[in-house]
Design a protein around this ligand. Structure first.
Ligand SMILES: [Zn+2]
Length: 247
């Protein structure tokens, strides 16, 4: 089994909005992770829709104004998979951390995978009236859905496990991957950066800040037990994470 990180562009935004107390701008790398298990290939998140490259305002509406978007011609998930020599149809399951545009926008490029989400994320995103990070077109992909409630062991052997980390959104989940050499916990937006964890610095927005705080403590506990954390938008993966992955 192996995990490969796929870097799918960078969003730059005012630091204070995403990490309390952070002056200046913050670079938020957009990541997807390919998890190759003997029973199937999983993609954890899919980055942004390719339309954003040419017409961010057209695709995202007002959301586009919050970010400077660096999204090169090879940064979409289709190009990243091609470079990894993986065809879209080789991906059997897309696990979505949540359905915000920078995590679910590439789902449309993997049309034949099953989409595995927390049920409450799917239901919330469908009813969100003000957008709030969601783009209707990203939800309207016609995927075969696998909606789960709470912790979910993807292959039944404990090696790829969806871990509920509600707070950023009502149905946010992280992914625990148990490799031969150690455990990786892909936090996604439950923790943007290492700095977010160390300073317990939450974003200025979010569905439930108290739950987000509890989740950060759970991550710290995981780390103290030897789990390697991979933060959702850190521009640089840690040496410990890279040692367990196959970049
Ligand atoms: Zn995000």
């Amino acid at each position: 089994m192996r995990v490969r990180p796929l870097r799918c562009g960078v969003l730059t935004a005012p630091g204070e909005a995403f990490v309390a107390g952070m002056a200046g701008q913050v670079d938020l790398a957009v990541w997807a992770f390919l998890v190759e298990h003997p029973s199937g290939t999983v993609l954890f998140d899919t980055g942004m829709h390719p339309s954003i490259r040419d017409d961010a305002h057209g695709y995202l509406g007002g959301l586009a104004g919050l970010f400077t978007i660096d999204y090169g011609p090879d940064d979409d998930i289709g190009s990243r998979l091609a470079r990894a020599e993986v065809a879209p149809d080789d991906v059997s399951i897309v696990v979505g951390s949540h359905l915000h545009f920078d995590h679910a926008g590439g789902n449309a490029l993997i049309p034949n995978a099953r989409l595995l989400l927390q049920r409450r994320e799917w239901e919330h995103a469908r009813t969100e009236e003000d957008g709030g990070g969601y783009v209707a077109a990203d939800l309207d992909t016609g995927h075969d859905l696998h909606l789960v409630d709470g912790e979910h062991d993807v292959f039944g052997d404990g090696r790829v496990v969806c871990v509920p980390t509600f707070g950023h959104t009502p149905g946010h989940q992280s992914l625990l991957v148990r490799l031969d050499d150690g455990d990786l916990l892909l936090t996604a937006d439950a923790c943007y950066l290492r700095r977010s964890l160390e300073a317990r610095a939450l974003p200025a927005f979010g569905w439930d800040l108290d739950l987000q705080r509890d989740v950060l403590q759970r991550f710290a506990d995981h780390e103290s037990r030897g789990t390697t954390l991979v933060f959702g938008h850190d521009p640089v993966l840690s040496p410990a994470a890279l040692a367990l992955m196959h970049p």
